[in-house]
Design a protein around this ligand. Structure first.
Ligand SMILES: NC(=O)c1ccc[n+]([C@@H]2O[C@H](COP(=O)([O-])OP(=O)(O)OC[C@H]3O[C@@H](n4cnc5c(N)ncnc54)[C@H](OP(=O)(O)O)[C@@H]3O)[C@@H](O)[C@H]2O)c1
Length: 246
Protein backbone atom coordinates (compact mmCIF):
# COMPACT_ATOMS: atom_id res chain seq x y z
CA UNK A 1 0.00 0.00 0.00
CA UNK A 2 1.01 3.64 -0.28
CA UNK A 3 2.21 5.23 2.96
CA UNK A 4 3.14 8.90 3.28
CA UNK A 5 5.60 9.84 6.02
CA UNK A 6 5.26 13.54 6.82
CA UNK A 7 8.65 14.63 8.16
CA UNK A 8 10.18 11.65 6.36
CA UNK A 9 13.59 13.36 6.26
CA UNK A 10 13.85 13.96 10.05
CA UNK A 11 15.46 11.89 12.82
CA UNK A 12 12.53 9.47 13.12
CA UNK A 13 11.26 9.78 9.55
CA UNK A 14 14.50 8.77 7.86
CA UNK A 15 14.64 5.57 9.97
CA UNK A 16 10.93 4.79 9.50
CA UNK A 17 10.83 5.12 5.70
CA UNK A 18 13.24 2.19 4.96
CA UNK A 19 11.51 -0.05 7.54
CA UNK A 20 8.20 0.38 5.70
CA UNK A 21 9.86 -0.05 2.30
CA UNK A 22 11.47 -3.32 3.46
CA UNK A 23 7.95 -4.59 4.19
CA UNK A 24 7.09 -4.03 0.52
CA UNK A 25 5.16 -0.77 0.74
CA UNK A 26 5.32 2.27 -1.51
CA UNK A 27 6.59 4.98 0.83
CA UNK A 28 6.78 8.70 0.18
CA UNK A 29 9.08 10.73 2.44
CA UNK A 30 7.28 14.08 2.50
CA UNK A 31 8.85 17.28 3.79
CA UNK A 32 9.68 20.78 2.51
CA UNK A 33 12.94 19.30 1.18
CA UNK A 34 10.94 16.94 -1.05
CA UNK A 35 8.37 19.59 -2.08
CA UNK A 36 5.64 18.85 0.49
CA UNK A 37 4.83 21.52 3.06
CA UNK A 38 2.03 20.92 5.56
CA UNK A 39 2.19 24.51 6.79
CA UNK A 40 1.50 26.10 3.39
CA UNK A 41 -0.28 23.09 1.86
CA UNK A 42 2.24 23.00 -1.03
CA UNK A 43 2.36 19.58 -2.70
CA UNK A 44 0.10 17.99 -0.09
CA UNK A 45 -2.85 16.86 -2.24
CA UNK A 46 -0.54 15.30 -4.84
CA UNK A 47 1.51 13.54 -2.15
CA UNK A 48 -1.57 12.03 -0.53
CA UNK A 49 -3.26 10.83 -3.74
CA UNK A 50 -3.82 7.09 -3.40
CA UNK A 51 -2.35 6.90 0.12
CA UNK A 52 -3.95 4.59 2.66
CA UNK A 53 -1.80 5.50 5.65
CA UNK A 54 -0.15 8.76 6.75
CA UNK A 55 2.45 8.86 9.52
CA UNK A 56 3.16 12.35 10.82
CA UNK A 57 6.61 12.68 12.39
CA UNK A 58 7.20 16.32 11.44
CA UNK A 59 8.43 18.88 13.93
CA UNK A 60 8.36 22.65 14.03
CA UNK A 61 11.57 24.38 12.92
CA UNK A 62 10.95 26.94 15.71
CA UNK A 63 10.09 26.15 19.36
CA UNK A 64 9.07 29.77 20.05
CA UNK A 65 5.56 29.70 21.64
CA UNK A 66 3.52 31.36 18.87
CA UNK A 67 5.48 29.79 15.99
CA UNK A 68 5.24 26.23 17.30
CA UNK A 69 1.51 26.57 18.06
CA UNK A 70 0.91 27.90 14.54
CA UNK A 71 3.01 25.06 13.09
CA UNK A 72 1.11 22.20 14.74
CA UNK A 73 -2.33 23.86 14.39
CA UNK A 74 -2.06 24.93 10.78
CA UNK A 75 -0.15 21.83 9.65
CA UNK A 76 -2.60 19.59 11.50
CA UNK A 77 -5.62 21.25 9.90
CA UNK A 78 -4.12 21.18 6.40
CA UNK A 79 -2.97 17.58 6.71
CA UNK A 80 -6.19 16.16 8.17
CA UNK A 81 -8.32 18.00 5.58
CA UNK A 82 -6.15 16.64 2.76
CA UNK A 83 -6.37 13.13 4.25
CA UNK A 84 -10.18 13.30 4.42
CA UNK A 85 -10.20 14.39 0.76
CA UNK A 86 -7.85 11.56 -0.27
CA UNK A 87 -9.73 8.91 1.72
CA UNK A 88 -6.78 8.05 4.00
CA UNK A 89 -7.71 5.17 6.30
CA UNK A 90 -5.17 5.57 9.13
CA UNK A 91 -3.47 8.68 10.50
CA UNK A 92 -0.55 7.90 12.82
CA UNK A 93 1.05 10.76 14.72
CA UNK A 94 4.02 10.91 17.06
CA UNK A 95 3.53 12.89 20.25
CA UNK A 96 5.15 12.94 23.67
CA UNK A 97 4.30 11.04 26.87
CA UNK A 98 2.94 13.52 29.43
CA UNK A 99 1.90 16.18 26.89
CA UNK A 100 -1.28 16.86 28.89
CA UNK A 101 0.78 17.27 32.08
CA UNK A 102 3.16 19.82 30.49
CA UNK A 103 0.71 22.55 29.54
CA UNK A 104 2.74 25.39 31.09
CA UNK A 105 5.09 24.84 28.14
CA UNK A 106 4.39 26.52 24.79
CA UNK A 107 5.82 23.51 22.92
CA UNK A 108 3.54 21.08 24.72
CA UNK A 109 0.47 23.31 24.30
CA UNK A 110 1.19 23.02 20.58
CA UNK A 111 1.51 19.21 20.79
CA UNK A 112 -1.81 19.15 22.69
CA UNK A 113 -3.41 21.22 19.92
CA UNK A 114 -2.09 18.66 17.40
CA UNK A 115 -3.55 15.76 19.43
CA UNK A 116 -6.93 17.54 19.85
CA UNK A 117 -7.22 18.16 16.10
CA UNK A 118 -6.51 14.48 15.35
CA UNK A 119 -9.12 13.28 17.86
CA UNK A 120 -11.76 15.59 16.41
CA UNK A 121 -11.03 15.11 12.70
CA UNK A 122 -12.87 11.87 12.00
CA UNK A 123 -9.94 10.20 10.19
CA UNK A 124 -9.21 6.84 11.93
CA UNK A 125 -6.03 7.40 13.95
CA UNK A 126 -3.44 6.14 16.39
CA UNK A 127 -1.58 8.61 18.58
CA UNK A 128 1.80 7.27 19.63
CA UNK A 129 3.21 9.08 22.65
CA UNK A 130 6.93 8.44 23.14
CA UNK A 131 9.17 9.42 26.02
CA UNK A 132 12.24 11.56 25.31
CA UNK A 133 14.59 10.15 22.67
CA UNK A 134 18.09 9.27 23.96
CA UNK A 135 19.27 11.40 21.01
CA UNK A 136 17.55 14.37 22.69
CA UNK A 137 19.64 14.34 25.91
CA UNK A 138 22.07 16.86 24.42
CA UNK A 139 19.10 19.06 23.47
CA UNK A 140 17.80 18.90 27.04
CA UNK A 141 21.22 20.00 28.34
CA UNK A 142 21.20 22.80 25.75
CA UNK A 143 17.72 23.93 26.82
CA UNK A 144 18.90 24.32 30.43
CA UNK A 145 20.95 27.36 29.49
CA UNK A 146 24.49 28.43 28.84
CA UNK A 147 27.36 28.36 31.29
CA UNK A 148 29.36 25.68 33.05
CA UNK A 149 26.63 24.93 35.54
CA UNK A 150 23.14 24.02 34.37
CA UNK A 151 20.06 23.30 36.47
CA UNK A 152 17.75 20.40 35.73
CA UNK A 153 14.94 18.73 37.60
CA UNK A 154 15.66 15.42 39.37
CA UNK A 155 12.26 14.10 38.14
CA UNK A 156 12.09 10.66 36.53
CA UNK A 157 12.75 10.18 32.80
CA UNK A 158 12.57 6.91 30.83
CA UNK A 159 14.23 7.71 27.50
CA UNK A 160 14.02 5.57 24.36
CA UNK A 161 16.34 5.12 21.41
CA UNK A 162 15.03 6.74 18.20
CA UNK A 163 15.47 3.54 16.13
CA UNK A 164 13.14 1.72 18.51
CA UNK A 165 10.61 4.55 18.16
CA UNK A 166 10.78 4.13 14.36
CA UNK A 167 10.33 0.35 14.64
CA UNK A 168 7.29 0.67 16.92
CA UNK A 169 5.78 3.33 14.64
CA UNK A 170 6.19 0.99 11.65
CA UNK A 171 4.24 -1.71 13.48
CA UNK A 172 1.50 0.73 14.47
CA UNK A 173 1.27 2.10 10.92
CA UNK A 174 0.75 -1.39 9.50
CA UNK A 175 -1.84 -2.31 12.13
CA UNK A 176 -5.45 -1.25 12.59
CA UNK A 177 -6.21 2.27 13.88
CA UNK A 178 -6.71 2.30 17.68
CA UNK A 179 -8.59 5.60 17.74
CA UNK A 180 -6.67 6.24 20.93
CA UNK A 181 -3.19 6.54 22.40
CA UNK A 182 -0.29 4.11 22.69
CA UNK A 183 2.57 4.97 25.06
CA UNK A 184 6.12 3.84 24.31
CA UNK A 185 9.19 4.21 26.52
CA UNK A 186 12.72 2.99 27.09
CA UNK A 187 13.65 0.10 29.40
CA UNK A 188 15.20 2.14 32.24
CA UNK A 189 14.09 4.94 34.52
CA UNK A 190 16.57 7.60 35.62
CA UNK A 191 16.57 10.91 37.42
CA UNK A 192 16.84 13.56 34.69
CA UNK A 193 19.59 15.67 36.30
CA UNK A 194 21.72 12.56 37.03
CA UNK A 195 21.27 11.11 33.55
CA UNK A 196 22.22 14.33 31.79
CA UNK A 197 25.30 14.58 34.06
CA UNK A 198 26.30 11.00 33.07
CA UNK A 199 25.72 11.85 29.41
CA UNK A 200 27.86 15.01 29.61
CA UNK A 201 30.63 13.18 31.51
CA UNK A 202 30.75 10.40 28.91
CA UNK A 203 30.91 13.05 26.18
CA UNK A 204 33.77 14.69 28.10
CA UNK A 205 31.71 17.85 28.32
CA UNK A 206 32.84 19.68 31.44
CA UNK A 207 29.42 21.14 32.36
CA UNK A 208 28.07 20.37 35.82
CA UNK A 209 24.37 19.61 36.34
CA UNK A 210 22.74 20.85 39.54
CA UNK A 211 19.58 18.96 40.52
CA UNK A 212 16.91 21.56 41.20
CA UNK A 213 13.32 20.39 41.77
CA UNK A 214 12.10 23.84 40.65
CA UNK A 215 14.02 23.87 37.35
CA UNK A 216 11.58 24.08 34.44
CA UNK A 217 11.53 21.65 31.52
CA UNK A 218 10.86 23.69 28.33
CA UNK A 219 8.91 26.10 30.54
CA UNK A 220 6.96 23.53 32.57
CA UNK A 221 7.50 22.29 36.13
CA UNK A 222 8.12 18.55 36.57
CA UNK A 223 7.30 16.01 39.24
CA UNK A 224 8.22 12.34 39.30
CA UNK A 225 5.16 11.36 37.23
CA UNK A 226 5.27 14.04 34.50
CA UNK A 227 7.61 12.52 31.90
CA UNK A 228 7.05 8.80 32.44
CA UNK A 229 4.17 6.63 31.20
CA UNK A 230 1.13 6.56 33.46
CA UNK A 231 0.21 2.97 32.70
CA UNK A 232 1.65 -0.06 30.98
CA UNK A 233 3.71 1.24 28.07
CA UNK A 234 5.40 -0.71 25.27
CA UNK A 235 9.08 -0.76 26.17
CA UNK A 236 12.21 -0.70 24.07
CA UNK A 237 15.25 -2.81 24.97
CA UNK A 238 18.20 -0.54 24.24
CA UNK A 239 19.77 0.68 27.47
CA UNK A 240 21.53 4.00 27.98
CA UNK A 241 24.91 2.20 28.22
CA UNK A 242 24.29 0.25 24.98
CA UNK A 243 23.19 3.40 23.21
CA UNK A 244 26.24 5.38 24.40
CA UNK A 245 28.53 2.49 23.36
CA UNK A 246 27.38 2.91 19.77
N1 LIG B 1 12.68 14.82 20.73
C1 LIG B 1 12.07 13.96 21.53
O1 LIG B 1 12.64 13.49 22.54
C2 LIG B 1 10.66 13.53 21.21
C3 LIG B 1 10.02 12.63 22.07
C4 LIG B 1 8.74 12.19 21.73
C5 LIG B 1 8.12 12.67 20.57
N2 LIG B 1 8.78 13.56 19.77
C6 LIG B 1 8.10 14.02 18.53
O2 LIG B 1 8.74 13.38 17.44
C7 LIG B 1 8.42 14.11 16.25
C8 LIG B 1 9.60 14.04 15.28
O3 LIG B 1 10.74 14.58 15.88
P1 LIG B 1 12.16 14.52 15.17
O4 LIG B 1 13.17 14.83 16.24
O5 LIG B 1 12.30 13.29 14.35
O6 LIG B 1 12.06 15.76 14.18
P2 LIG B 1 13.23 16.40 13.28
O7 LIG B 1 14.42 15.52 13.19
O8 LIG B 1 13.42 17.81 13.75
O9 LIG B 1 12.56 16.41 11.83
C9 LIG B 1 11.50 17.27 11.57
C10 LIG B 1 10.91 16.89 10.24
O10 LIG B 1 9.77 17.74 10.03
C11 LIG B 1 9.86 18.22 8.70
N3 LIG B 1 9.12 19.47 8.56
C12 LIG B 1 9.48 20.70 9.05
N4 LIG B 1 8.60 21.63 8.61
C13 LIG B 1 7.69 20.98 7.84
C14 LIG B 1 6.58 21.40 7.07
N5 LIG B 1 6.20 22.68 7.02
N6 LIG B 1 5.89 20.46 6.36
C15 LIG B 1 6.26 19.14 6.40
N7 LIG B 1 7.31 18.70 7.10
C16 LIG B 1 8.02 19.60 7.80
C17 LIG B 1 11.34 18.36 8.44
O11 LIG B 1 11.54 18.43 7.02
P3 LIG B 1 12.86 19.10 6.32
O12 LIG B 1 13.97 18.11 6.56
O13 LIG B 1 12.48 19.21 4.89
O14 LIG B 1 13.08 20.41 7.01
C18 LIG B 1 11.85 17.07 9.05
O15 LIG B 1 11.66 15.99 8.15
C19 LIG B 1 7.99 15.50 16.71
O16 LIG B 1 6.62 15.68 16.44
C20 LIG B 1 8.22 15.49 18.23
O17 LIG B 1 7.23 16.21 18.93
C21 LIG B 1 10.02 14.00 20.06
Amino acid sequence: MKIVVIGGTGLIGRQLVPLLQQRGHEVLAASPNTGVNTLTGEGLAAALAGAQVVVDVANSPSFEDAAVLDFFRTSGRNLLAAEAQAGVRHHVALSVVGTGRLQESGYFRAKQAQEDLIEAAGVPYTLVQATQFLEFLGGIAQSAGAGDEIRLSPAFIQPISSDEVAAMLAEVALGAPRNGRVEIAGPERFRLAELVQRYLDLKQDGRRVVADPHALYFGAPLDDATLVPAGAARQGRITFAQWMAR
